[in-house]
Ligand binder design. Sequence first.
Ligand code: HEC
Ligand code: HEC
Ligand code: HEC
Ligand code: HEC
Ligand code: HEC
Ligand code: HEC
Ligand code: HEC
Ligand code: HEC
Ligand code: HEC
Ligand code: HEC
Length: 292
Amino acid sequence: MAANLLKTIFVIVLLMLSAGRLSAQEEAGCVDCHDADSPAHAVFNTVHGSLGGGGSAACTACHGASAAHDRRPTKNPPDVSFGPQWPSDAETRSASCQTCHDKDDQLLWTGSEHQQENLSCDSCHKAHQQKDLVLGKQESEKICLDCHTQVRAQLHLPSRHPIVEGKTACTDCHNPHGGPGHAALRQVSVNDNCFSCHADKRGPFLWEHPPAAEDCTLCHKPHGSVNEPLLTARGPALCQQCHATAFHPSQPYGSEGLPGGTANKNLLGKNCLNCHSQIHGSNHPSGARLTR
Ligand code: HEC
Ligand code: HEC
Ligand code: HEC
Ligand code: HEC
Ligand code: HEC
Ligand code: HEC
Ligand code: HEC
Ligand code: HEC
Ligand code: HEC
Ligand code: HEC
């Protein structure tokens, strides 16, 4: 009940604020106590400092009108707090930011994995710092990797996307606020994600290799792998996961091909790719077997 009432008041005040109907006098409170010496004032050095016209109106834009808190002595929490003393729940915190940021990149926040895992906007963003570190590519990566330790390990494997090298960043591929499809990617499908940088793999090809058209991650790991180049498995084994039928070279090699035995052409070929080099698809008239 009480929470609902507060929420209603919060919304009404926000509406009034945006309509510019609250006088400066009524909302003068926040900066009286949270004065120029308090760390909270750093917010005036950010884009949010002028919200509502500046002053205390900036504070209430995110923390709510906070009538119960806005009096001496202060015993009650503000309507929306990001802690440390009276932290609101994640939903309330994010809802505060979303009154203004519910479009563009933030459109798909609700329902995203991060939202469902109880993260809130302030898990990554700092509103009271002149420089919100998470907006910088290199810095944001550190913040991501604090939680994603498994990905951190993948970034240092011998074959990898040049992420630690600074040529690609998590946010080139992922939208941390949620995406339209799988794994919060910026694109609807994994392949559309890959094509956004590797356009040459898009085709259309006269002779397609179905797994490449279907999902690049059938053969590649996006972050890093022990197998060059970013492959899920090495050499013939990669191909033989699918091509295990009783046909020429797609069978595992036996000892009969070893020196002393009868060296066969498959062994000399070593890797399927020596002959089937157009593994992503071919446009050659006689490239049906992806050999040219
Ligand atoms: C009468 C003095 C006073 C006024 C007026 C006041 N505050 Fe506070 N506020 C405090 C004190 C004291 C604390 C607790 C100690 C601290 O964090 O400085 C506090 C804490 C906070 C916190 C941190 C809450 C937490 O969970 O740790 C926020 C956010 C906050 N105030 C926002 C506001 C806003 C927004 C307004 C204006 C609507 C406001 N305050 C008006 C005295 C005041
Ligand atoms: C853009 C939204 C936003 C605005 C505007 C804003 N805050 Fe905050 N506030 C936050 C967030 C988010 C945190 C959590 C810490 C952080 O992100 O830096 C926070 C933390 C706090 C804290 C607790 C931590 C601390 O620094 O002591 C206080 C107190 C506070 N705010 C008061 C204020 C006051 C007073 C104003 C107006 C001068 C204000 N805030 C304006 C979003 C905002
Ligand atoms: C009352 C409206 C309002 C609220 C509430 C609000 N913002 Fe903003 N925010 C703005 C405006 C206006 C801008 C500047 C224009 C823009 O980039 O859209 C902005 C810009 C930003 C930016 C880009 C900053 C930059 O330097 O480019 C970030 C990040 C951001 N807000 C995060 C937050 C977070 C996190 C919260 C909640 C803690 C929040 N905002 C709450 C209005 C708001
Ligand atoms: C997992 C970390 C994370 C969370 C959680 C998060 N953000 Fe962001 N946000 C980022 C990163 C990284 C960027 C900069 C890269 C980008 O544009 O995607 C960013 C950029 C932004 C921007 C400015 C740039 C732009 O063009 O959109 C706004 C505004 C913003 N976030 C608002 C929010 C709001 C509101 C929430 C909560 C609903 C939120 N963020 C939650 C990481 C996060
Ligand atoms: C506070 C911890 C935290 C931070 C910071 C964080 N994440 Fe996450 N993230 C999670 C959790 C928890 C999950 C769900 C479990 C999992 O997949 O690991 C998740 C899931 C994801 C997913 C999978 C989404 C899906 O729909 O399956 C992606 C992608 C992701 N995070 C990217 C990022 C990026 C990029 C950043 C930095 C901008 C980031 N995360 C920062 C905690 C975090
Ligand atoms: C080149 C594009 C790309 C970059 C850069 C990238 N990712 Fe991913 N990420 C993907 C793809 C594609 C998937 C989906 C993988 C799958 O489904 O097999 C994924 C999956 C994830 C997942 C879901 C769990 C998992 O491992 O499958 C998390 C978490 C994640 N990425 C975090 C990150 C973080 C953190 C960074 C930055 C350090 C990052 N990613 C950089 C493409 C990328
Ligand atoms: C944001 C751009 C971007 C996206 C999206 C992207 N890549 Fe890359 N990729 C790169 C860059 C940059 C390189 C390094 C190229 C170089 O160094 O010449 C690279 C290299 C590679 C390599 C070769 C690695 C090596 O060791 O030589 C493979 C394989 C690869 N990407 C596969 C993928 C797959 C699969 C996807 C989709 C999941 C994808 N890429 C999405 C930018 C991207
Ligand atoms: C059937 C397995 C398979 C699939 C599916 C696959 N690849 Fe590859 N990819 C390979 C192999 C094998 C190599 C190494 C080729 C070589 O060494 O000549 C490779 C190499 C690459 C390279 C680096 C060399 C180059 O040709 O630029 C990139 C980039 C790449 N793949 C992107 C993709 C993208 C994007 C997709 C999805 C459209 C994809 N791959 C799907 C097996 C695959
Ligand atoms: C994820 C399963 C998968 C993987 C891994 C895979 N392929 Fe395929 N490949 C297919 C499918 C499905 C077809 C289509 C078969 C058909 O049309 O009968 C195909 C077709 C082919 C063809 C054309 C054959 C024909 O009948 O037109 C060649 C050649 C081929 N693959 C070679 C390779 C090589 C070499 C590798 C390893 C680099 C590989 N494939 C990895 C699934 C896979
Ligand atoms: C020495 C060259 C060479 C090597 C090595 C090689 N192939 Fe082939 N492969 C061919 C040629 C040539 C054809 C076409 C045969 C035909 O059309 O009768 C073919 C045909 C195929 C076909 C199509 C079969 C069909 O049903 O029509 C598949 C699938 C295939 N190879 C998979 C593989 C795999 C998997 C490997 C590795 C284990 C491999 N090849 C290694 C030369 C090679």
